[in-house]
Design a protein around this ligand. Structure first.
Ligand SMILES: C[S@@+](CC[C@H](N)C(=O)[O-])C[C@H]1O[C@@H](n2cnc3c(N)ncnc32)[C@H](O)[C@@H]1O
Length: 207
């Protein structure tokens, strides 16, 4: 057996043994990622009746699905991804690359001047395996999500954003602290321990 097929076999075993994957299948969630948001929401009270929520990097849709289920028709969810995403009740989906101005303009048009309560970004670049390249790509997306949220969030709005602990982490954190009055880092239990991902929760955008 090749090294590659051995490691993909191990990945598949780990995937199907994962209690969050099993629960997602049983409860009909699009992805196990939904449980990361559920945990963040439980700790931070992110999603409330009437909220306007923007989901960046939404496919396959676990976070949007969680937000739409919780809002139950009383609120707005607008989701963006590079990849297509099958339709979800209560979610407006825009397919495109968030780094492109035309996509940003289309998103702003969909928001159409509403005060946004929550920007959530679970965006992650395709990993090349070359650390400097991957960190630079992730940092680029993180900076764009920070800029965007500063632009659209109301004064009580919140940004929740995936980031990778590694090169550039401290700089990103410092940048977030310059732009928001309150910044916390959380690592939900549903986030795999060996993954360097963590979630920034930033409130009180500075004018
Ligand atoms: C970890 S997945 C998100 C999982 C999702 N939160 C869920 O609950 O199912 C990361 C997503 O970010 C998207 N992404 C990466 N770069 C992007 C970009 N430049 N613009 C839009 N989406 C992007 C990827 O296509 C991928 O679907």
């Amino acid at each position: 057996m090749s090294r590659r097929s051995k490691s993909s076999g191990a990945w598949l075993r780990e995937h199907f043994d994962d209690p969050y994957v099993q629960r997602a299948q049983k409860e009909g969630w699009r992805s196990r990622a939904a449980f990361k948001l559920e945990e963040l929401d439980g700790a931070e009270r992110l999603i409330f009746p009437g909220a306007t929520v923007i989901d960046l990097g939404a496919a396959p849709g676990g976070w949007s699905q969680y937000a739409a289920r919780k809002l139950a028709g009383n609120g707005t969810v607008i989701a963006v991804d590079l990849l297509p995403m099958p339709e979800l009740a209560g979610v407006t989906f825009l397919q495109g690359d968030f780094r492109e101005q035309a996509v940003l303009d289309a998103l702003l048009e969909l928001i159409s001047g509403r005060r946004v309560d929550l920007v959530m970004s679970d965006m992650a670049p395709n990993m090349s395996g070359v650390d400097v390249v991957d960190h630079a790509r992730a940092a680029d997306l993180e900076e764009l999500a920070l800029d965007f949220s500063r632009k659209v969030l109301g004064p009580d709005g919140t940004l929740v954003m995936k980031l990778f602990q590694g090169a550039g982490f401290q700089e990103l954190l410092a940048d977030a602290r310059r732009r928001f009055g309150q910044v916390r880092i959380r690592k939900p239990k549903a986030s795999r321990q060996r993954s360097s991902e963590a979630y920034l929760v930033a409130r009180k955008p500075r004018a």
